[in-house]
Design a protein around this ligand. Sequence first.
Ligand SMILES: [Fe+2]
Ligand SMILES: [Fe+2]
Length: 277
Amino acid sequence: MTGPAYSYSAEELKLFEDIKNGKTFEATEDMPAFYRKHLLNLLWMQGDSEYSGALGYMPWIEKAPTLQEKVIVAQMVKDEMRHASVIYRLLDELGQDTLTHVQNSELGYKLPEDKVQIGFQRLKDDYRVNIFYYNIKYWEDYILFNFLMDRAAGHQLQDTFNSSYLPWKKAIEGIYKEEVMHLAHGDKWIKILGKDAEKRPFLQERLNLWWPRVMNVFGSSKGASNDLYVKLGLKQRTNSEIRTVFTKEIQEMCDEVGLTLPQYREEDQPQREARKL
Ligand SMILES: [Fe+2]
Ligand SMILES: [Fe+2]
């Protein structure tokens, strides 16, 4: 990656150095505006993703194939809604008004079209990671969501274990444990469906659709903000580092059940428009 076009001020460079040497922040503490802005950005992104994720799973309480699976889906809806409430509480502590935001947003909105790809674009005035705009149409999609997105989220959460923002660090352990259960549910079902010769072709078809969507979650490698999050101690690895580890795990699992991982090319993805909020 080439260096950022923006050069940091002496004050910002001092902050990076302090954080590297172990400086942390609490909610009640004064924090540099620069740090606060990026922290809020990441928290809003997580909060809105958890919330719209819960709503996206909700119809599957009714549609899940067995009674036992309905219970599992209901549990996941509750988990995601709890994650949202935990993250929104952190935002409220930082002076944000999450309730008004939730009430005035369309976090339940899902794209009506099935085979559409939106690349890096946002469709509504919210901060969700844009995979949460897609509709979960089939049980295979639900499973792929657990298999792919909950795994990607798990990796991103791992990066918060040592966050320089202590309230977030404290909140993340419980959330992470639940995401691991979700991805294990995905893995279990990928094996069931992938090893079934009759079910595998449709699973493959849906994987082809969801794969670029999940890869886009890791963002454009052209963006400099990721590197900045690492400098601020808000992430430990850049998104492209996480993406490499993630892809390896998915590839191994696909090999095991006979699925083919589609080619992904970042340059083929529709680019992001300016953020509305
Ligand atoms: Fe979650
Ligand atoms: Fe989850």
